[in-house]
Design a protein around this ligand. Structure first.
Ligand code: 3DD
Length: 425
């Protein structure tokens, strides 16, 4: 480990040059964020602001971090999952003067130690993915909240919990729900998770997907994306759900829908994308076929109950990177990927740069907007706020431009017609 007090703690600073190449690769595929960097590095609207970030240290996050710095912010960063940090990227950030505390394979104590370090600078903005940083401020350092103007939250489960906190009047500072931006939720969660989860499964197993019974637990944005891409690879996709409308959508999309108790008997590959705990538990593992592969793409590692699996197993061994073989007492073998943590980031590199470009443009613009409100003396109540529709359309518009796609524009007459309630058929 390489550690410099108040500067960084990374696995190996010598990996910096490799990490820098990965970051440059991501920069070349994140034109929206790079255009924002070009624009705001001149005016530096984040000058004087201190941003503590807790978000997977990937090549795409590095582009966001260095864009925040280019806009004038002082940044201090930790990863938001013990298995998702790309050590060479963390080294490249550290080498470039970013305060970063992140390395792959942290234990829980090291994970929270890193979050604590990012709070040493007493931030006035936070940037989160899964709300571990926000929860640490609320539960361990509430005195810091008075300096914090606002935070942003990247993921579905994080926003869900923060809305619950806001409802219970427990939130100490305002949060922007970046996850709920259309240019994040309908793209990162669907197309990003769809591709990166398959990527993680293939890197950890190299199995043929075609013809396999591929069970997806949860048909929300993420599950929908995974199901779509697994189908594209020729898998027989089975959906399990608890929400009638989601189950109905999956059915009308042509997927088989059944209870996990039934799917457990026939599935070859299982992936959970629900945000809920105990989706696959002992009775399911006991029914599974020999050689079944199970993994999770939800933010937290609670969806597969691995304590249950250990209880009915005789032994386990690492058979490939991110692939542990459990031999059950009934003689069957089950393969758990990435220790049940999000397989797309722990066994692969997370979503492609092109889709993170929009998610992180939303993160960046939300941080800018909060700083601008602060400068205007506007204080938001401690609640959870959606990003403005105009920001969504602006980001989508720039993305289309970078793809060379032109679209039509409504005439004044047409705009008038839309709101004209006197117009009949
Ligand atoms: N997430 C997925 N891929 C990522 C990447 N390449 N870099 C950083 C974060 C990445 C997680 C996001 O999808 C986040 O939006 C989430 O957890 O919902």
């Amino acid at each position: 480990m390489d550690f410099k007090e108040g500067k960084y703690k990374v696995r190996d600073i010598k990996l910096a040059s490799e990490g820098r190449k990965k970051i440059e690769w991501a920069e070349s595929r994140m034109p929206v964020l790079m255009a924002l960097r070009e624009k705001y590095s001149k005016t530096k609207p984040l000058k004087g602001y201190k941003i503590a970030g807790c978000l997977h240290v990937t090549k795409e996050t590095a582009v966001l971090v260095e864009t925040l710095k280019a806009a004038g912010a002082k940044v201090s960063w930790s990863g938001c999952n013990p298995l998702s940090t790309q050590d060479d990227v963390a080294a490249a950030l550290a080498k470039n003067g970013v305060e970063v505390y992140a390395w792959h394979g942290q234990n829980v104590k090291e994970f929270y130690w890193s979050i604590e370090r990012t709070l040493d600078m007493k931030p006035n903005l936070t940037l989160d993915d899964g709300a571990d940083l926000i929860f640490t401020v609320h539960n361990k350092h509430p005195e810091l909240a008075k300096n914090i103007i606002a935070g942003t939250e990247e993921t579905t489960t994080g926003v869900h919990r923060l809305r619950a906190m806001a409802k219970a009047k427990k939130l100490l500072y305002p949060i922007i729900a970046v996850n709920d931006a259309e240019t994040k939720w309908d793209f990162d969660n669907v197309y990003g998770t769809g591709q990166s989860s398959i990527d993680g499964i293939l890197r950890a197993t190299s199995v043929m997907l075609a013809g396999k019974n591929f069970v997806v637990a949860g048909y929300g944005h993420c599950g929908k994306g995974v199901a779509m891409r697994a189908k594209g690879m020729g898998a027989n996709v089975i959906i399990t759900e608890v929400k009638p409308t989601a189950a109905l959508k999956a059915t009308l999309e042509g997927f088989r829908v059944m209870k996990m108790d039934e799917a457990a008997k026939i599935g070859d590959i299982f992936i959970t994308a629900t945000g809920v705990k105990d989706i696959i538990v002992k009775r399911h593992f006991e029914k599974m076929k020999d050689g079944a592969i199970v993994c999770n793409t939800g933010h937290y590692d609670c969806e597969l109950n691995l304590e249950d699996l250990a209880e009915i197993s005789e032994k386990k061994r690492l058979v490939r990177d991110n692939n542990e073989e459990y031999t059950l007492k009934n003689g069957k073998r089950i393969y758990v990927l990435a220790q049940g943590r999000l397989v797309n980031l722990a066994a692969a590199e997370g979503h492609p740069s092109e889709v993170m470009d929009m998610s992180f443009a939303n993160q960046f613009m939300s941080q800018i907007r909060m700083a601008e409100l602060d400068k205007e003396g506007v204080l938001l109540d401690p609640d959870v706020y959606d990003i403005p529709e105009s920001q969504d359309q602006e980001i989508a518009g720039v993305k289309l431009q970078t793809m060379g796609i032109k679209i039509d524009k409504l005439s004044k007459e047409q705009e008038k017609y839309i709101d004209d309630y006197s117009a009949g058929t």
